[in-house]
Write a protein that binds this ligand. Structure first.
Ligand code: NAP
Length: 295
């Protein structure tokens, strides 16, 4: 008699990788960048890093490499960890006035003595390619065109790419943070074929948030609390998107436990899910800013 097979974790969910979504977006961005170059315009993405956080330096490198591959210019300033708020504002103001810089970003987080929101407000909103400036949040809230926050826009694109119907369905977002949960809720509730959802946002103020999570057709983790989304929070067959992550050095600790794949109908992979779409949306915002500046 042969030995019984070892118990295997049954994973039934279809995977929703972000890589192919990013490839499609970047192919479009590359073509638009080439059109601009033919007109003598090189799209420019400027990046500012304050301090010496390894992970942040790594993210900047990835963004610069992708920008270079698309033929963008990518000027970079690295300020020491002890830089003042005025130093940060001076760099941003210089880029505001530089016609070769179409988009800029301040890599987050910045050292604790600095005020990220104050720095954001110095930025020309049309060059804010993270889509985080209050003017751009206002544009999003009122349905006006402008740079969209990258991770929320990436999640909408990811769902659309993989044929996940959002319109008319119940979406529950766990987290109301300014980077992800709040703008994502606004985006997915907009009147548009790839949005148009019934969106509920839960947070620490909703003690029984699991009750809402369990009824979601599409459950989106945006909390930054490792393992907060467990299989018992997922309606069988639901779509689960892992947006929230915590970084411990270079280690990624996702909000969504991998075992959720045993209950979900479709789920983003632990690595290579939402992340690649975020960078693609950033670069799309840059080329769009360059087009706007050179009509
Ligand atoms: N994958 C990517 O490319 C990417 C890009 C950007 C951001 N992110 C990730 O997205 C996450 C969210 O970022 P953010 O800046 O928008 O959020 P944030 O400001 O850190 O806020 C987190 C949200 O989660 C809620 N929350 C925390 N613990 C909870 C709990 N135990 N139960 C219920 N709700 C809880 C908080 O509720 P309260 O409001 O009540 O405190 C808050 O609304 C982070 O993990 C970040 O790393 C990922």
């Amino acid at each position: 008699m042969s030995a019984p097979a070892p118990a295997a974790v049954s994973v039934s969910a279809r995977l929703l990788p972000g890589g192919p979504v990013a490839d499609e977006v970047l192919a479009d961005v590359g073509a638009r960048s080439a059109v601009l170059r033919a007109r003598g315009v090189t799209a420019g993405l400027a990046t500012l890093l304050v301090g010496d956080d390894d992970a942040s330096a790594g993210y900047i490198r990835i963004k610069q490499q992708r920008a270079a591959a698309l033929g963008f210019a990518s000027p970079h300033v690295h300020l020491p960890a002890g830089a003042s708020q005025a130093d940060v504002h001076r760099v941003i103001a210089g880029w505001n006035d530089d016609p070769a810089v179409h988009g800029m970003l301040v890599q987050y987080p910045i050292p604790a003595h600095l005020d990220y929101n104050a720095a954001l407000q110095v930025m020309d909103p049309d060059k804010d390619v993270d889509g985080m400036h209050p003017v751009n949040m206002g544009r999003l809230a009122s349905g006006m065109p402008g740079p969209l926050p990258c991770t929320p826009a990436g999640i909408e694109a990811l769902l659309a790419f993989h044929g996940v119907v959002v319109a008319g369905r119940e979406v529950v977002v766990v987290g109301r943070g300014a980077t992800l949960g709040r703008p994502l809720a606004m985006l997915l509730a907009q009147k548009r074929p790839t949005a148009d959802a019934a969106v509920t946002v839960v947070h620490t103020g909703v003690g029984d948030w699991a009750r809402y999570a369990r009824r979601a057709d599409i459950l989106i983790a945006a909390a930054g609390v490792p393992g907060i989304i467990r299989p018992e929070h997922v309606k069988p067959g639901a779509v689960v998107v892992g947006g929230g992550v915590r970084y411990e050095g270079r280690r990624i600790l996702p909000d969504v436990l991998e075992s959720c794949a045993e209950v979900a109908g479709a789920i983003t992979p632990r690595v290579g899910g939402v992340g690649p779409t975020t960078v693609a949306m950033l670069l799309r915002n840059v080329v769009a800013a360059a087009e706007r500046a050179n009509p």
